[in-house]
Design a protein. Structure first.
Length: 563
């Protein structure tokens, strides 16, 4: 089960799903059992919406001393891959949850589902239909018009049994026949209009190979899988509300164990897309580098970006669980992350766009070791030594030759404090005679102003970050912005609103020396610049850091905390 969320406020708020469970426990509806499940279809990587469902299902199991099964709803062989199964398991584990030995597959139930179907045929409640897919669609009717009965609907039980067995045995071509439930073609609920239970499809399955050429439809497999696993509370998203009468019909007609389905609103997040079909398209069209591109809303993308599992669980608690759909501002996700990273990240200095500074009155060879605080939020993280020497780098943006009023950083003749070090004054500017570009600044330092120990009372308005040139390491830094320019990319031209500036790569950044041993996925706060983590592709020879999130919500959508 998951670790407690160490740093973050634990706020196990009640919600309507938990209220239902509390009530069921009071009435002893399932003999005190609580058994949920998380049922992904292995046709893509999990995204932050799935994380909401995972936190809900596994969180309930944890808090009620129950169990949560991991079940792969693998009824659709043409879209499913082993790679997805593995990624799903990794993501659930990374989020901090465990399914023990309860790893199940709908495909494990194919034989049982077949027998259930035979049982329904024997009760006169299912039939083999030979309408083409288009004809079935035409017969189905609309929300306002009832459907039409299939001409094959009244076959004898014997004929249906015979045909269904021959479907299984591969005697008929793909798509030529289906098995349908015999319910009610005039039901106001279209799901009840003789839904398809099986189709013929010659396609290898990632687990059952070529054993089957008929495959159960999701609507036929799902409820029975829940029933077979003795799920108590089958929690799913709202779009399945209209399917519930069908699931209830199946288990009632079969006379088998009846789980309770409960629907909740799916997570919608601003400035991104969440459907797996669209995420797959972004991957296949090369709009991103893969499922784990740090701009993707996938769990693997968020992980690579530097998100912590704690921050995602905290986010899931904060958004709660409701019955009505809404759009959650991605700023809330980022804010949950900042709250976590603020408490745990090591502060370091890094200069993304270096400008060389020569301290003219500092000894050529001397290196002074200064004290720097690792995390002002947490003294137990201690201090480190920071080398100071004659040649430094500061951020190009921290210098202006002709500054406007209220520019409190460096300009000719003005002073600024270097974080953890001295106050320096800019004496002169060197330029490339051809281009006019500033090549270096000549400064002097005031030895009496050393941070913490200096005797000078001098005060300046600005403090900037820096690194010592000879003690810095080169790095590539990747900055990310929203993947989409608009809040809700939808419709056929959803791709038109992709943000062309969602990735900025900056080379030849200078990081403080302590980062030379940074390992993949290590997280830092680069002072004044944001939270960063070391990318998977990083190596000591070529350090690559991703900016996880800025220090403040630059989009300023919600009130700031911390920082
Ligand atoms: P998509 O619509 O993105 O293709 P899906 O619903 O088909 O996703 P599944 O693999 O079937 O994906 O989802 C597994 C579980 O996760 C289901 O119980 C589903 O209800 C839940 N889930 C999927 N998307 C969300 C979301 N955005 N918010 C909350 N739960 C979700
Ligand atoms: Mg689904």
């Amino acid at each position: 089960m998951s670790e407690p969320i160490n740093n973050l406020p634990e706020q196990k708020t009640s919600n309507f799903v938990r209220d239902i469970i509390d009530e069921d426990l009071k009435t002893n509806k399932y003999d005190g059992r609580v058994n949920t499940r998380f049922p992904p279809e292995p046709n893509g990587y999990l995204h932050i919406g799935h994380a909401k469902s995972i936190c809900l299902n596994f969180g309930i199991a944890r808090d009620y001393n129950g169990m949560c099964n991991l079940r792969f709803d693998d009824t659709n062989p043409s879209k499913e891959e082993v790679e997805y199964v593995e990624s799903i398991k990794e993501d659930v584990r990374w989020l901090g949850f465990s399914w023990g030995n309860r790893e199940y597959y709908a495909s494990d139930y194919f034989e049982q589902l077949y027998e259930y179907a035979v049982a329904l045929i024997k009760k006169g409640l299912a039939y083999v239909c030979e309408l083409t897919p288009e004809q079935i669609r035409e017969h189905r009717g609309t929300l306002t018009a009832p459907g039409k009965e299939s001409p094959f609907r009244n076959r004898s039980i014997e004929e249906n049994l015979n045909l269904f067995e021959r479907m299984r045995n591969g005697e008929f071509p793909d798509g030529s026949k289906t098995l349908r439930a015999k319910i009610d073609m005039s039901s106001p609920n279209i799901n009840m209009r003789d839904p398809i239970m099986y189709r013929i499809l010659r396609e290898s399955h990632h687990r059952t190979g070529d054993k089957w050429c008929i495959y159960p439809m999701y609507d036929w497999a799902h409820g029975q899988s829940d029933s077979l696993e003795k799920i108590t509370h089958s929690i799913c998203t709202l779009e399945f509300e209209d399917h519930r009468p069908l699931y209830d019909w199946f288990v009632e007609k079969l006379g088998i164990y009846h789980p309770q389905q409960i629907e909740f609103a799916r997570l919608n997040l601003s400035y991104t897309v969440m459907s797996k079909r669209r995420l797959l398209q972004l991957v296949e069209d090369g709009n991103v580098s893969g499922w784990d591109d740090p701009r993707m809303p996938t769990i693997s993308g968020l992980r690579r970006r530097g998100y912590t599992p704690e921050s995602i669980r905290y986010f899931a608690e904060r958004i709660g669980v409701a019955k009505r759909e809404n759009m959650i501002d991605v700023a809330l996700l980022e804010d949950s992350l900042r709250e976590d990273l603020n408490k745990r990240s090591l502060r370091v200095m890094a200069v993304l766009k270096p400008l060389k500074v020569v301290i003219d009155n500092f000894h050529d060879e001397k290196v002074e070791m200064l004290d720097a605080t690792n995390n002002p939020e947490d003294e137990s993280m201690g201090k480190r030594k920071l080398p100071f020497s004659k040649i430094l780098y500061i951020e190009q943006d921290d210098f202006m030759e002709n500054p406007p009023k209220k520019f409190f950083r460096l300009s000719p003749g003005t002073e600024v404090r270097l974080r953890y070090a001295y106050i320096i004054k800019c004496e002169s500017v060197s330029k490339d005679p051809k281009t006019g570009e500033i090549t270096e600044l000549h400064c002097t330092y005031d030895p009496e102003t050393r941070s913490g120990t200096g005797t000078s009372q001098k005060k300046v308005k600005g403090t900037i970050h820096w690194v010592s040139a000879n003690h810095s390491v080169n790095a590539e830094v990747r900055l990310y912005d929203r993947l989409f320019k608009i809040e809700n990319p939808s419709g056929d031209d959803w791709k038109a609103s992709i943000n062309p500036e969602s990735l900025t790569i900056i080379k030849n950044c200078k990081l403080e020396q302590s980062l030379i041993n940074a390992k993949k996925q290590d997280r830092y706060q680069f002072e004044r610049l944001g939270y960063f983590c070391v990318d998977y592709d990083s190596s000591p020879a070529n350090i690559i850091c991703n900016r996880t999130v800025t220090l403040k919500d630059t989009w300023a959508k919600i009130a700031k905390t911390g920082e």
